[in-house]
Ligand binder design. Structure first.
Ligand code: FAD
Ligand code: NAP
Length: 338
């Protein structure tokens, strides 16, 4: 295993930020990880990198960056109704979605085209178009970075929430997720098309009785039409989470702004699209130097090339402040800020 010093991470983060890791290595197996943990290169300051699609670097990394390249998808068990897959953490998420479609395994088709690695998917319980990872998640294996022991986490221990898990909060940077096990359906697939523009997209393509591949195709086509491709414009998807507010506050907001959408998330709570709040504050399409707010989706902050992470963080803070001033609503970052 090669350790490289002063390694540029520009091509390894989807914001395309030109930052440098003091030390960098790529791991292909759990054994690689164990040997680096026992070597002189092991540093207290470790950063695990998957696809770099949910991270904003605001400074060079003073420590060791470990790029996870552990690959493998295995069907470990099957019965008439379900298939269990064990997937190594370095697999690309969308490659896994395609594998499932190929085998007609249902459950993650709504999560098509989400960038990044399988190992990072539990980090924020990835979600899109009404489906979250936790619905198919069984267990994960992770190496405790203090003891070197392998531990297994079930659904409850992961403390999944809305774009959250214990690995993004209490246990952040404490574990290296090496493998994820999912249970997919083989029959009676749950078709979720109530969200966003899925139904309209299927209707427009003349699909009346959609299967999982139709859902995936619809999601891919909507995503391609709405979201900037990081290969062309640097971004990390939604920068903020959609905030949930009190039902009474939502009623008040609706009186003032009849166009506001709200989605009930609990007896007293309503989720408001953060993109709408940001748009109302006049930020949509805003550009400053090489950075800005995407013109089609105000939730996505962008680096047109040459921008810095600290400039993006500053812009995010200004947006947060203006939403707080205008609506009294606090926006929280979804992206991991380093
Ligand atoms: P990275 O950015 O590499 O890492 C993210 C965090 O996880 C870091 O803190 C890192 O240290 C940690 N980490 C990574 N791998 C491991 C591991 N093996 N063990 C422990 N910690 C680890 N997200 C959604 O939920 N839904 C979407 O619909 C969605 N759409 C997106 C669209 C675009 C265009 C982009 C750019 C991003 C989108 N995202 C979305 C965000 C992102 O793709 C996901 O959060 C994805 O799971 C991140 O994976 P990654 O491998 O790139 O993680
Ligand atoms: P959209 O369809 O324009 O809708 C705006 C927001 O309203 C979404 O973020 C979604 O919240 C919420 N929403 C829409 N329909 C809903 C429903 N029927 N019930 C409950 N909530 C509903 O959103 P978009 O920006 O194009 O994104 C589409 C999906 O892809 C969303 O699920 C979004 O989270 C996901 N996505 C995520 C990222 C990321 O980086 N995290 C990037 C791009 C897209 P939720 O976000 O809570 O689902």
């Amino acid at each position: 295993m090669k350790i490289v010093e002063d390694y540029s991470l520009k091509s390894l983060n989807t914001f395309g930020l030109d930052i440098v890791a003091e030390q960098y290595c790529e791991l292909n197996s759990k054994d690689d990880l164990q040997s680096i943990m026992q070597s002189a290169h092991w540093d207290e300051n470790i950063l695990i990198l998957g696809g770099g699609s949910n991270i904003l670097f605001t400074r060079d990394v003073d420590g060791l960056v470990i790029k996870n390249n552990m690959l493998g998808i295995e069907i470990t068990k099957e019965n008439e109704n379900y298939a269990w897959l064990s997937v190594k953490a370095g697999e690309n998420w969308h490659t896994l979605v395609l594998f499932c479609l190929e085998h007609v395994f249902g459950g993650i088709e709504n999560l098509s085209l989400i960038p990044g690695s399988v190992g990072a998917a539990p980090m924020q319980n990835i979600g899109a178009y009404g489906v979250e990872l936790k619905e198919v998640f069984q267990t994960l294996e992770a190496i405790n970075l203090t003891t070197g022991e392998t531990e297994t986490f079930g659904n409850e221990q992961c403390e999944f929430g809305y774009r959250e898990s214990v690995f993004k909060t209490r246990l952040k940077n404490k574990y290296f997720i090496t493998e994820v096990t999912l249970r997919l359906t083989k029959t009676n697939h749950k078709i979720s098309l109530e969200y966003g523009a899925i139904k309209e997209t299927l209707e427009a393509s003349g699909v009346s009785n959609p299967g999982i591949r139709d859902i995936s195709n619809a999601v891919i086509s909507i995503r391609k039409s709405k979201l900037p491709d990081p290969v062309e414009i640097g971004n990390a998807g939604s920068f903020f989470k959609n905030p949930a507010i009190d039902k009474i506050d939502y009623e008040g907001l609706r009186l003032e702004f009849p166009s506001v959408q709200g989605y009930v998330t609990g007896p007293q709570s309503v989720k408001i699209p953060a993109g709408w709040l940001i748009d109302q504050c006049g930020w949509k399409g805003y550009k400053r130097g090489s950075i800005g707010v995407h013109a089609n989706q105000a939730l996505v902050l962008v680096n047109y090339g040459g921008g810095s992470g600290s400039e993006i963080k500053k812009l995010a803070n200004e947006i947060r402040e203006s939403v707080a001033n205008q609506f009294g609503i606090e926006l929280k970052s979804e992206v991991n800020i380093y």
